[in-house]
Design a binder for this molecule. Sequence first.
Ligand code: AMP
Ligand code: GLY
Length: 426
Amino acid sequence: MKILLVGSGGREHALAWKMAQSDMVRELIAAPGNLGIAGEPKCRVMRVSSDDVQGLLELAKIEKPDLTVVGPEAPLVSGLTDLFVKNGFRVFGPSSAAAVLEGSKVFSKELMRKFSIPSADFEIFSDAERAMKFVDSKRFPLVVKADGLAAGKGVFVCDRREDAQGALDLIMKQKVFGAAGARVIIEDCLEGEEASFIAFTDGVTVMPLASSQDHKAIFDNDKGPNTGGMGAYSPAPVVTSSAHKKIMDEVMLPTVKAMSTEGRPYIGFLYAGLMIKDDVPKVLEFNVRLGDPEAQPLLVRMQTDPIPLMLASLEGKLCRESIKWENDASVCVVMASQGYPGAYPKGKIITGIEDAEKLRGIKVFIAGADSSSDGVVTSGGRVLGVTSLGKDIPEAIQKAYEGVGRITWEGAQFRTDIGRKALTKS
Ligand code: AMP
Ligand code: GLY
């Protein structure tokens, strides 16, 4: 088979690395891909942006992929799947009608309310003054969220009234997220520990991946502004077998059923971002794709070839499949540019990637790095993820940081506490 993979981050490098190992895959083209993907067997990259849905269709008409796999949310929300299917191509990823589950927080909150899927209580506002008045009447902390896609920056957890007023001002008056901020959600702040629960689904059957946990804040101990994710590990002990059962019965299966009932059948990866307290899960958000960086530790632990699972999902036959995992644990530590998640310099020379990969059980997934006449240089905020496999989380942490210790560039930053939360439970 020939695969077209859309995207350019660490998640896509991990997907390309895993899919290229499949006996079913003859060739994999990534658009736009990255330096890491270009170096994997069977893989090549084509410089078409993942946001350029028309350009991707033109590429598909030339390359004729047997299956297209979409990494990020934006092309799904803007209708890549619908356009490709209309032109006779198979895509693993939801239609735009189903991707609205991530594309509009108002949609997803209303769906959860209608179908009694556990989540924080909320109100929706399209008028800034009314939103401000509501905030005046509320207890703190509370959470203000822009409705639409905001690259992970549209959520504000507010400890004080002034923070909430500031968030509303940014979203509704200064309109920093444009139309994505035309409506806001104001919701109760949930307590507990976060986990990522991701599954394959064919619209009826839900086949969960192993559990994982992201680290969203830039600094140790979850301090500082949120990022795309500074590291992840799998499995996540906070997802006990009791929590797992509740997540399946109260969140994943009801959500997939609700989407069908609403005439928006959901096929693809479904990701629930959860807050878990005393084994009780509540949904923070849905994503319509794999998490990044969660994909990295998940895919190094996945023993099963994902291609048959994707094909079975498209054929509505996922119930016939099964999935196997390494017993080993995995940890991914993201190394980022100085200044990220704010402005950051590019072009810093990176050393030590090959040295790190010489360590047993280490794989470096590239996100924002490129080749230049000076060698490998930084080109993004999140630059790479050092991902380990170890017999348990402590060993996986130790290995990942050994790998991190071999890689450097001017201004490189990373968290030193990835995986620590898992240690308090094991
Ligand atoms: P979201 O994109 O909706 O997952 O929000 C990003 C981050 O904000 C989450 O990973 C949480 O850390 C935090 N967050 C979002 N909603 C809530 C909530 N209702 N209570 C507490 N924290 C939240
Ligand atoms: N790591 C969080 C996300 O992919 O949205």
